[in-house]
Design a binder for this molecule. Structure first.
Ligand SMILES: NC(=O)c1ccc[n+]([C@@H]2O[C@H](COP(=O)([O-])OP(=O)(O)OC[C@H]3O[C@@H](n4cnc5c(N)ncnc54)[C@H](O)[C@@H]3O)[C@@H](O)[C@H]2O)c1
Length: 292
């Protein structure tokens, strides 16, 4: 076995939503590769426990990303130790309002946008003063397959995540002058508590529901397994690393191929429209009178 890569020695990395799922796994990865990690979340107990259990340097800071003042304070605290911030992963989130556009109320809409879109805008805004002088500075935002099109998540969530993609591009242009790269990840169905948490499902039911979701998504995508938080953490680490020094204003879909196309496009057992047409064409050829 070769030595494990250590890509982030001496780097200060901020991860929001660090108490669970994708954020927690990203905290572990960065800390395991030498970074000084600041993990932020509203879930203090779990956030602190995960920070303590991590191999490496992790500080937990309570931060509600729907409150811009909290985000500003987070970035100020994170920058104290090393005089700046090298990487920010704007990731905290939840399912948001479930109502369709025919029924959603203004305050539900605003709460979802504040949690999923404004949080990212101000996660960038308040990190920038601390990132300007850092060589290789990089921001990564969590979007979603829900930004590809409808059908993956509720309306407000989908719109917010599409907004995160556009914000990522605009921020990449605004911040190029400071040498800060900005990119996004678009997770597919990843086995975390996000689905059950937004419905208040806990305990044994939570494990059952998570297993069912992993099974259902595995059946619906070309890569036949449930997505794991580590699948996303690896993409985030790449975007934050020197290896991605030429990459800005873009997004990596990490979705097991679920957005590629309907099942018949990747499953030879599943008949599609053209299979049906081929069958008809063959049947017709069989019936044509032969000219002799
Ligand atoms: N799991 C998936 O399938 C999936 C797919 C696409 C995108 N995402 C996105 O990935 C991100 C992480 O989700 P996850 O799947 O790891 O979910 P998760 O529920 O496991 O973790 C989300 C974390 O965010 C924290 N959080 C929620 N509201 C917060 C707030 N106001 N301030 C600070 N922290 C807050 C929660 O306490 C939790 O620790 C989210 O932005 C989510 O929308 C997830």
């Amino acid at each position: 076995m070769g030595e494990r890569a250590v890509r982030f020695s001496g780097k200060t990395v901020v991860v929001t939503g660090g108490a669970s799922g994708i954020g927690a796994e990203t905290v572990r990865l960065f800390a395991g590769e030498g970074a000084d990690v600041v993990s932020a979340d509203i879930d203090e107990d779990t956030g602190r426990r995960i920070a303590e259990e991590c191999e490496g340097e992790v500080r937990f800071v309570r931060c509600d990303v729907t409150d811009p003042a909290d985000i500003e304070a987070l970035m100020n605290v994170a920058a104290e130790a090393s005089g700046g911030i090298d990487t920010v992963f704007n990731n905290a989130g939840a399912g948001g309002a479930r109502a369709s556009i025919a029924e959603i109320e203004p305050d539900e809409w605003d709460r979802t946008m504040d949690l999923l879109l404004r949080s990212v805008a101000f996660g960038i805004r308040y990190a920038v003063p601390h990132m300007k002088d850092r060589k290789g500075a990089s921001i990564v935002n969590t979007s979603s397959v829900a930004a590809v099109g409808p059908g993956y998540a509720p309306t407000a969530y989908s719109v917010a995540k599409a907004g995160v993609l556009h914000l990522t591009k605009v921020a990449a242009t605004d911040l190029a002058q400071f040498g800060i790269r900005v990119n996004a990840v678009q997770p597919g169905f990843i086995n975390t508590n996000i689905f059950t948490a937004s419905l208040g499902i806990g305990g044994v039911m939570q494990r059952m529901a998570n297993n069912a979701i992993a099974q259902m998504s595995a059946n619906a995508q070309p890569v036949p397994r449930g997505g794991q938080a580590s699948d996303i953490a690896e993409a985030v680490a790449y975007l934050a690393s020197e290896a991605a020094g030429f990459v800005t204003g873009t997004s990596i879909l990490v979705d097991g191929g679920i957005t590629l196309g309907p099942r018949h496009s990747w499953d030879p057992e599943e008949p599609g429209l053209f299979d049906a047409l081929d069958t008809m064409a063959n049947a017709q050829q069989g019936q044509e009178p032969t000219a002799d």
